[in-house]
Design a protein around this ligand. Structure first.
Ligand code: ADP
Length: 616
């Protein structure tokens, strides 16, 4: 694969990664994550055996005696029965900020005064004017004042988490569920740091900069319209002055559950259209803390790292392997991406689903597509090479057939007729020369193939490069004369090269014939050489058609011919230069090319050589 293709592949994967991460954090991604979260909730509900809370619901039946207006009287009447049941804490999820009927307020204040571990509710006014604190006569008896705020998700209004902390005008208030837990467990003040808080030795995750948001691990109501925490109607409590066994030793959450009156209802992951009353939500938050059944969000950095790993894995797989060896592990990777959020959820971690999901799919599909096109490209290249090869074979066969026909014809004539001695001699010489030429061509071709395949060792005999140049100049003379090209060898000093003289002759001969073939009539070709350091530079220079940068790139590839060469009408196979290069490199040298279109080319063989010592 070329460097450009590699860079393109890496860039494509980087774009996949960036797009997938960005998509994962869009609103659509967030909604997708939330839906998966709710689905996982259904798959893995918490166990509800040892509950330590009870809801005293102010339901329709409880309100039958006076309606919402009679709430304080109803509460004042029920509280002695709740106190008599000896609960761990009493949490009142009703904001008692306004002045009511003085008679009823006094009765309620008296009832509160007898309630141990009492938590009363406050909240921020919607107008932003401050806290809606309970009236001072009630607040006096409260062990804690706690907020009742919730934090429904902005997109679908489902309540998945609550802020444990709410601050306004330099006053910070803890959530109802947290204060209930703190009082019930008899713990001192909340200990806090930036990443979480600690109550009674229990660490509750929740970052300060995120209002210490805590996900509620709801108990699953069955059916969805049923309460998820056991509920006792307030009416029943009022009728049991001696106390109720269900409330003993429990944290009692009192709040409105009547459909007609409860305004703080919310959808939960289990809702299926049935909103849950606020008091049930607070009790569920309390149970989450009591069970220590926290669902922690995985950090953004971990998500990005996981996504980066997925992109790298997909990229590597399709880079390294193809077919099932790439697709098999890729499918396994996708499976893991789909399963991981579930396993993480079971272990108490909330892993967003959209970013890894989109990263894995996008990276795998892109990498596989890139591989497909790359393979197709290579296939196309091979096809083209095959076609060139066939053409070349065709041509080589043709080139061989012409001299063979001549040889065949002449030998037949000689055998059949009595020819004059002179004619016979001429024919015999022609037969000899043609067959030698053919044999040499075939031999060179085979030798280089064998050398390259490692089936043959290079001959290592010292020879004088001057002899090689002389032989070649002799051989190309007739060709040059035919094209009226002056071929000149500049006087060359004696240089000794170790190797195969015949192969070297082929190389130099080939450069000379190319120079003549690809030059117009009337130009000149020169061959010159000399030592530079430990190497001899042997240059063949012409004033021919030349080549541009692009054309020079494929020069040493087998069967490569430039367009200009094809158009020149000169016959060729495109094998010559590839053989030249292989021969020279087997001798430890290299071929350098300099060329200007229309002005000429210079091919230089640079080869390790030595100057013979006098007397040797
Ligand atoms: P052939 O000459 O049989 O086509 P070669 O392998 O010897 O094959 O050369 C490959 C190609 O390189 C030629 O077809 C021609 O396009 C280009 N070439 C080689 N030598 C020269 C030259 N001296 N001037 C211009 N082009 C050349």
């Amino acid at each position: 694969m070329t460097n450009r293709a590699k860079a393109g592949y890496v860039a494509m994967l980087a774009v996949c990664f960036a797009v997938a991460i960005a998509a994962g954090w869009t609103r659509l991604g967030a909604q997708f994550d939330a839906d998966v979260y709710d689905f996982l909730f259904g798959l893995h509900p918490p166990r509800s055996e040892k509950l330590s809370s009870v809801v005293v619901g102010i339901d329709e039946e409880s309100l039958a005696d006076g309606g919402v207006g009679a709430l304080r009287r109803l509460l004042a009447e029920a509280l002695p029965a709740i106190v008599a049941s000896n609960p761990k804490a009493i949490v009142v999820d009703v904001i008692l900020a306004d002045r009511g009927n003085p008679e009823e307020d006094r009765a309620l204040a008296e009832a509160f005064a007898k309630a141990p571990n009492l938590v009363l509710a406050t909240g921020l006014r919607r107008s932003g004017a401050g806290w809606d604190d309970p009236r001072p006569e009630f607040a006096r008896s409260a062990a804690a004042i706690a907020h009742v705020h919730s934090d429904p998700d902005p997109y679908d209004n489902v309540l998945r988490q609550i802020p444990l902390e709410k601050a306004f005008e330099r006053r910070r208030v803890w959530a109802l569920a947290l204060e209930a837990f703190r009082l019930a467990s008899g713990a001192g003040p909340v200990v806090e740091d930036t990443k979480g808080i600690e109550v009674d030795g229990i660490r509750i995750p929740g970052r300060r900069d995120d209002a210490r948001s805590m996900r509620i691990h709801y108990l699953r109501p069955d059916p969805p319209s049923a309460p998820s925490i056991p509920e006792v109607p307030l009416a029943r409590v009022r009728k049991s002055p001696g106390g109720l066994e269900e409330l003993r030793g429990k944290v009692v959450f009192i709040g409105i559950t009547a459909d007609s009156a409860a305004q703080d209802r919310h959808m939960t992951p289990y809702s299926f259209g049935h909103a849950m009353p606020g008091v049930q939500i607070h009790a569920n938050a309390y149970e989450t803390i009591a069970r220590q059944d926290f669902l922690r969000p995985v950090s953004n950095l971990a998500v990005v790292a996981a996504c980066a790993f997925l992109t790298l894995a997909a990229g590597w797989l399709f880079w390294r392997y193809s077919g099932w060896r790439a697709f098999g592990p890729a499918i396994a990777l996708l499976g893991a991406v789909h399963l991981a959020p579930y396993l993480a959820f079971r272990a108490g971690w909330v892993f967003p689903y959209a970013p890894p999901f989109s990263t894995a799919w996008l990276s795998i599909v892109s990498a596989a597509t890139a591989q497909y096109f790359l393979v197709r490209g290579r296939l196309g290249q091979t096809e083209a090479e095959k076609e060139r090869y066939q053409r070349a074979i065709h041509f080589v066969a043709h080139e061989m057939r012409t001299p063979l026909t001549a040889i065949q014809g002449s030998s037949e004539l000689m055998g059949r007729y009595k020819l004059p001695e002179e004619k016979r001699g001429e024919m015999a010489r022609m037969i000899n020369a043609e067959s030698k030429r053919l044999a040499r061509l075939i031999q060179t071709f085979l030798d280089v193939e064998r050398l390259t395949a490692g089936q043959m060792a290079l001959k290592r005999e010292p020879f004088d490069l001057r002899d090689v140049v002389d032989v070649c100049l002799d051989r190309v003379r007739s060709l040059a004369e035919r094209k009226k090209i002056a071929v000149a060898g500049e006087p060359l000093e004696a240089v000794i090269v170790e190797g195969d003289q015949e192969l070297m002759e082929y190389a130099v001969y080939n450069l000379l014939t190319n120079a003549i073939k690809y030059s117009p009539t009337g130009t000149a070709v020169t061959i010159s050489g000399g030592m530079k350091g430990a190497a001899c530079h042997l240059a063949v220079r012409d004033q021919g058609i030349g080549m541009d940068e692009q054309e020079m790139k494929g020069l040493f590839r087998k069967f490569y011919r430039t367009k200009k060469a094809e158009q020149s009408g000169e016959k060729g196979t495109g094998i010559g230069l590839s053989l030249v290069q292989q021969i020279v490199s087997h001798h430890g040298g290299r071929v350098e090319v300099a060329s200007t279109p229309g002005a000429g080319s210079c091919f230089t063989i640079v080869i390790p050589a030595s100057v013979p010592q006098p007397g040797s």
